[in-house]
Write a protein that binds this ligand. Sequence first.
Ligand code: BT5
Length: 273
Amino acid sequence: MNTSRKPLDPAILQTALVDNGPYNQLNYQEATGSTNADLIKAAEIGAPDWTIATVERQDSGRGRLGRPWTAPQGAQVIFSVLFRPGKDSLDSLGTIPLASGLAMMDTLESFGVEGAGLKWPNDVLIHGKKLCGILVEAASLDTDPAVVIGIGTNISLQQEELPVPHATSLALEGKDIDRNEFLIRMLNNLYGRLLEWAGGNSAGDSKGNSAWLDDYRAVCSSLGQDVRVILPGDRELLGVATGIAAGGQLIVRDNQGTEHTLNAGEVTHLRLQ
Ligand code: BT5
């Protein structure tokens, strides 16, 4: 077996993340359908805030808009986190994916991974290829909102194992990284960025700007790029990405000079970085 595909060690994870760390619960299984689906169900029956679900393999891993997310057993770090951000946070939930992507960038930087950037809102690309996928779903939007943040990172996939040609893995980028260590660092960074996110919602300036969003802007490789954006309803917008608004929206100036502030859209960078 490829050594980096050894199963995760739940005892190490439990000690680092729960007993000596900020999380409340760790659910480890060899396989499941989708860790996001599992935690959404768990949230409905009262699972605690800061519960982690992690597995070696997903059989129906999901991306956005019903797209599939796949990888061979043990070749990724796959996890979801249940986060209950509090009742005053409903208006800010849309920026959780950005804070989560930033935590991934922190983690990659700590391992010395070069060439990574965040395509708005939260695709981590290395030299234009997708390293990880982030899916934030609402488990409940009532008086006690609960969100599930799910992330799959390609650790040891080889070229012939990539599910799509525009994917990459840390192994293919020349980094042999221990999956336990990756998961521990990533979950600590995610916890830290989510606390900053929560603090920023109350402590930002009068326009809602906060320090973590400046960190996001610094690693967002969409900024300054010529982009094509497929907007909801399949409309296409061509222009230059000029900024990230205080609410996390992407600002695109079209070829006529009009600025558009986008809440959603599928961005393509027209020049490879
Ligand atoms: C995403 O969707 O990128 C979000 C993926 C989230 C996966 C995590 S794993 C833990 C948790 N549990 C779940 O069930 N999901 C979350 P999207 O932007 O829609 O990208 C999906 C597209 O990425 C697919 O249509 C493929 O083109 C491509 N893709 C699938 N598997 C991939 C992989 N391993 N690496 C790179 N690209 C992949």
